[in-house]
Design a protein around this ligand. Structure first.
Ligand SMILES: Nc1ncnc2c1ncn2[C@@H]1O[C@H](COP(=O)(O)OP(=O)(O)OP(=O)(O)O)[C@@H](O)[C@H]1O
Length: 243
């Protein structure tokens, strides 16, 4: 059974159909990259998976259980599916460690003392140990984004969604954030990424999906999709993106 499975997901905003019958399986431990031009529906699809958007039609299964049921409290699912956005959204008046501890303290009612060992381990694992007590404005954009990833991991999610997490970074800071994704993949995390980092998608993804106008036009193992795209729209997109 796939860890995450989408069946004919439809999302509309007014009369605009942004996800137009999307089906996708993500196996446990897989990294799946969503690529495509702006407006293709990548962010919206991730937001649907995390139940930040209600879907009009279709099903989203996590471990075989339909999670996109209207009226169902989304919070338990959001604890199982972490999401990181382009903007880091760290609270500026809290240290990095305080930012990371906030959700587990509130949601699981855990104390700082109880959390500290595992939070320290997370910061250490992602090369941030010396920044635990720094405030966001004392950190680079890359470091802030890595803290934002650690913040999501502190909730011990089973699946992680990443929405263009390097797009707001200076080019020299992108690499350190991509390294975190490589590390996470190595640890067996199941991940879905919307990304414009084609080199990274080709090298690190298990599967790449090309989205256009709310549809998956082509889906293939990364190397196959980049080296031998079959659909003319994929070919045209990659020709532009890789220029
Ligand atoms: N809340 C909303 N209300 C109305 N339209 C929306 C909303 N969110 C997204 N859209 C529209 O849905 C379409 C898909 O947007 P989406 O952000 O999902 O695409 P994307 O592929 O992630 O693009 P990008 O790479 O720029 O993030 C766009 O036309 C966008 O304007």
């Amino acid at each position: 059974m796939p860890k995450l499975s989408l069946k004919n997901v439809v999302k509309r905003f007014g009369d605009k159909t942004v996800c137009n019958g999307i089906s996708l399986d993500v196996e446990e431990g897989q990294m799946v990259c969503l690529i495509g031009a702006s407006g293709g529906g990548k962010s919206t699809l991730l937001r649907c998976i995390n139940l930040l958007e209600n879907i009009e039609d279709g099903e989203i299964f996590l471990d075989g259980e339909d999670i996109a049921i209207p009226g169902l409290n989304p919070q338990p699912v959001r604890r199982r599916i972490g999401m990181v956005f382009q903007s880091f959204n760290l609270f500026p008046h809290m240290t990095a460690a305080e930012n990371v501890m906030l959700a587990p303290r509130r949601v699981y009612k855990r104390s700082r003392d109880d959390l500290r060992p595992e939070i320290t381990e997370l910061f250490t694992r992602f090369g941030l140990a010396e920044h635990m007590n720094h405030y966001p404005d004392q950190l680079s954009g890359g470091q802030q984004q890595r803290v934002a990833i650690v913040r999501a991991l502190a909730m011990k999610p089973e699946v992680m969604l990443f929405d263009e997490i390097t797009s707001a970074l200076d080019p020299q800071l992108v690499g350190e954030v991509l390294d975190v994704l490589r590390l996470l993949k190595g640890s067996g995390m199941t991940m879905v990424l919307a990304t414009h980092e084609m080199g990274f998608a080709r090298e690190a993804a298990d599967k790449v999906c090309f989205l256009k106008d709310g549809k998956i036009i082509e889906e293939a193992p990364a190397k196959t999709l980049f080296d031998a795209p079959q659909h003319p729209d994929t070919q045209a997109f990659l020709a532009r993106a890789l220029k």
